[in-house]
Ligand binder design. Structure first.
Ligand code: DHB
Ligand code: FE
Length: 285
């Protein structure tokens, strides 16, 4: 593996799994309120009915049941519940949430969001290492409301993986806040951010989620993507991801979180870099 100045250790599943669990605990929205007994009854019954049906359909054996129990214990001990749930389950929760959402399409949050990153002006560069590798990317556009009016001083909370597919704050050896920032749009809702094009993301292969993927004969990849939460006072925030036209794994994302409306069409800038425009549309809260 090639290493950059500040990346000396090679990230492992244990690192990102455990840090994703920690980050979830730390950033979790305060008590989401009591869940009623009716709701627990209805949802848990439905989940269990699905599991029971799978056991009957597949004639699941005792050795298979015990192997599943062992794997679930490993998943918890490795701190990989956030990774596993965000890859295999979150996209359906997002689909349901999206039924009542207008404006820009949403996508999954994933396990690697960190709040309270550096605030940046409308024309800016994301914090990066002096020797940050990767194709330079300028990402520019405008935030508008559903009637087409610009939304001044909207926030683009932006984070993405580096050129090796690793996220700061989760993989070791990357400075805090690297390739993360909260970009504030100008008086016309416009922004222009310089960064690098991220690499596709590979689910860590050495942990329980990776072992499951291998055991099932699946591939462990997500296409390269930018993560965003776009928000402004009085508007419903949008959590989404943007992908790259022609990107590897775009048609077979393991997390099933791509949508055709969320694909960027970058143009070469002539100096080895790329430029991509994308406008966001927010609806009133
Ligand atoms: C996971 C990682 C991501 O970068 C992402 O966007 C979604 C899910 C994961 O490892 O669970
Ligand atoms: Fe991601």
């Amino acid at each position: 593996m090639t290493t950059t100045e500040s990346t000396e250790e090679s990230p492992t599943a244990a690192d990102s799994g455990a840090s994703a669990t920690e980050a979830f605990r730390a950033t979790r929205q305060h008590a989401d309120g009591e869940v009623s007994a009716e709701r627990v009854d209805a949802v848990v019954r439905a989940v269990l009915a699905g599991v029971h049906q799978a056991i009957r359909d597949e004639r699941v054996t005792y050795p298979e049941f015990q192997a599943a129990k062992q794997w679930l214990m490993d998943l918890g001990e490795g701190g990989e519940w956030p990774l596993f749930l965000d890859v295999f389950v979150e996209h359906v929760v997002e689909d349901v949430a999206a039924e009542s959402q207008r404006g820009t399409k949403g996508s999954i949050l994933g396990p690697y969001y960190l709040p309270d990153q550096q605030r940046l002006p409308s024309v800016t560069a994301l914090p990066s290492r002096p020797d940050e590798r990767g194709t330079p990317l300028v990402f520019a556009g405008q935030v508008r409301d559903v009637d087409g009016n610009p939304v001044p001083r909207a926030e683009l909370d932006l984070w993405h993986a580096d050129e090796q597919g690793y996220y700061s704050g989760f993989a070791p050896g990357i400075p805090d806040g690297n390739l993360r920032g909260v970009v504030v749009t100008d008086g016309h809702g416009r922004f222009e951010v310089s960064t690098i094009q991220p690499a596709p993301y590979q689910i860590p292969t050495d942990g329980p989620t990776g072992k499951l993927i291998e055991a099932a004969g699946w591939h462990p990849w997500r296409p390269a993507h930018l993560h965003l939460i776009v928000r402004a006072p009085g508007y419903r925030p949008i959590t989404t991801q943007l992908y790259f036209e022609g990107g590897k794994w775009l048609d077979s994302d393991i997390a099933e979180a791509t949508k055709p409306e969320l694909v960027l069409h970058p143009e070469p800038t002539g100096d080895g870099g790329l430029r991509s425009e994308y406008d966001f549309v927010l609806e009133r809260a």
